[in-house]
Ligand binder design. Structure first.
Ligand code: CTP
Ligand code: MG
Length: 559
């Protein structure tokens, strides 16, 4: 594909609904598309990138400053949308201003200036501040048409409020939906991530005018929560430029191996971010990893970034995960619950290590949803998508990773016969992996059956796009054991829950860590006591683990 991203559909604008939430202002995002409009991943990405290119992020004095800012911006171009958010304990206030056209944004940059100070580096980016009015600058009339589409839009829901909201749901399935609605990345969160990517592009574009910084991972695949990190892959050139040209740019030859050149380039990008990009701090270079990355924090958008310059396989993978989430509306709420549960019982951890990652958990859950178990499968396998691929779905990276699969789900021939509730799907997920033969089998999303492990690794999840790789190679035996124990625990707790939320419902699986805390304090209820004993029993005896569903154990616990 000469141009990696195809132009096409545009993303419909989200509507923000103001509602009262326990006395605080709370803004929830409604569906970002007209009903039944499916937007292919790459079109969505292109549309968001183009939207970020027409937007600026402006630091202002208070949430009220938007009125003056609107008047000022309207004197330069047409304002299409404004969103307010604030960050920090002594909040700094910001407004995203989206302009209607490319010409407007060009005029905005032409009308903006640098403060002439010896110490400041005159970087130009989409991040600006709106200086206070003075006698010299004059006061501005406040335009009646000034309107914010959202206020305090990045405010996270507190754990207490979240629990209270979940406790008020009628069924476990409702709780799963609610958790998703209250914690997923909203419209402003998405815009901020694309603006963060834009900042890198605009800094380096002088040297490399074709540079593209593509967001991938949970920021864009539909499985991200409000505070999720931004994974970015930076490409200095498009895959193929004009093949027929007789005039070829002179370029420096790379010195050293491909890997050492890549590391050196990354180091330079790290320096640029550290020295020249306003708002970027805590730059860390992790260059020895299989995929070298630069980590940094963008304080204006409050986004943690992982920047790489490797191939596009992460983007194709995100496309695949996005597609799976679009095919069935139960997928994302279910995944949010599984990720939340794993976090609460300490199976996942923010820093990388020997534990399971959110990405591996996502693949585990999707593989489960592809299996026709008690009822028909919820999702198709990757092979089914590959078979249905059309000529426009052909994508291969320069190092041969094949990202060819059907993109347009309207063309998908897949019988959607599964009608299980979210509650049953969650329980069946726990139950399926509670009994899974991790010792001998690998999890595979390319086909509907688990396959024999190609090599020894405690947990083996075949990378669907690079079948020779194990996505969960990092997971140690101890961590897999902990995973198995927690998954049995969760299945056991969930099975004892009615579908109506009598006794906390979903909240009870999130409380497992408290049970463990209680175990340490030796103060726990008889029911939890028995539960812990059952766990201890699992720890001791492998066979007992397999007998998890054994009625005798259940009866004993019930006593
Ligand atoms: N990825 C991959 N192979 C891996 C690890 C990651 O292809 N072995 C890609 C996936 O597309 C993944 C993305 O890199 O979604 C980012 O990885 P990571 O940040 O670990 O996961 P996220 O899905 O972004 O989840 P989180 O919210 O925890 O960041
Ligand atoms: Mg991520």
């Amino acid at each position: 594909a000469a141009n990696f991203i195809r132009m096409g559909h545009s993303v419909g604008f989200s509507l923000f609904e103001k509602s009262k939430f326990y006395g605080k202002k709370y803004y929830c995002q409604q569906v970002s598309k007209e009903q039944n409009t499916f937007i292919p991943f790459l079109d969505m990405i292109e549309s968001r990138r183009e939207q970020a290119a027409r937007s600026i992020l402006v630091q202002v004095q208070s949430e009220q400053s938007y009125k003056q800012l609107f008047t000022y911006c309207e004197s330069i171009g047409k304002v299409k949308n404004m969103f307010h958010y604030s960050e920090g304990p002594e909040p700094l206030h910001f407004i995203i201003v989206e302009f209607a056209s490319d010409v407007d944004i060009k005029n905005v940059f032409a009308a903006s200036t640098h403060i002439q100070e010896n110490q400041s580096i005159p970087a130009t980016s989409h991040f600006l501040w709106f200086r206070a009015a003075s006698k010299k600058l004059g006061r501005l009339k406040q335009d009646k048409n000034a309107r914010l589409s959202a206020e305090h839009a990045t405010q996270l829901i507190s754990e207490t409020d979240l629990c209270r909201e979940l406790a008020q749901c009628e069924t476990v399935s409702n709780q799963i939906d609610k958790l998703y609605d209250l914690t997923r990345l909203n419209e402003v969160g998405q815009r901020l991530r694309f603006l963060t990517a834009k900042q890198v592009e605009s800094t380096v574009s002088g040297l490399f005018p074709n540079i593209c910084a593509y967001p991938f991972g949970s920021s864009v695949n539909g499985f991200g929560k409000m505070s999720c990190d931004l994974d970015l892959v930076v490409r200095l050139t498009q895959d193929k430029e004009n093949d027929n040209s007789r005039l070829i740019y002179h370029c420096k030859a790379a010195s050293g191996t491909e890997r050492s050149t890549a590391q050196r380039n990354m180091e330079t990008i790290g320096d640029l971010i550290h020295l020249f990009l306003p708002g970027c701090s805590q730059v860390r270079r992790i260059l020895q990893a299989r995929v070298p990355i630069i980590k940094y924090h963008q304080q204006f958008t409050n986004v943690e970034c992982d920047l790489s310059m490797s191939n596009m396989s992460g983007v194709y993978m995100s496309d695949f995960l996005y597609l799976m989430g679009e095919i069935d509306p139960r997928v994302r709420p279910l995944l949010f619950t599984i990720r939340k549960w794993a976090k609460e019982v300490f199976l996942t951890n923010h820093s990388p290590g020997k534990w399971i990652t959110n990405f591996s958990l996502t693949l585990l859950a999707l593989a489960f949803l592809q299996k026709p178990l008690r009822s028909p499968a919820v999702l198709p396998t990757l092979n089914q998508l590959v078979k249905s691929a059309g000529p426009y779905d052909n994508y291969v990276t320069e190092d041969g990773i094949n990202g060819t699969f059907l993109r347009d789900i309207k063309k998908l021939h897949f019988e959607r016969q599964n009608t299980s509730s979210l509650h049953s799907l969650l329980f069946e997920f726990f139950e399926y992996y509670a009994q899974f033969d991790f010792m001998n089998k690998a999890i595979c999303l390319n086909e509907a059956v688990a396959i024999a492990k190609p090599e020894y690794s405690p947990l083996y999840i075949v990378n669907p796009l690079e079948k020779g790789l194990n996505v969960s190679k990092n997971v140690s035996m101890e961590e897999l054991e902990r995973f198995k124990i927690e998954i049995r625990n969760a299945a056991w707790i969930l099975e004892s829950q009615e579908s109506n939320v009598g006794d906390k419902g979903l909240l009870s699986i999130f409380e497992t860590k408290n049970n463990l805390k209680q175990k340490l304090n030796l103060s726990f209820s008889p029911k939890h006591n028995r539960l812990l004993e059952v766990n201890a029993l699992f720890d001791e005896d492998e066979e007992k683990k397999i007998e998890f569903k054994n009625v005798a154990v259940e009866k004993e616990v019930a006593k």
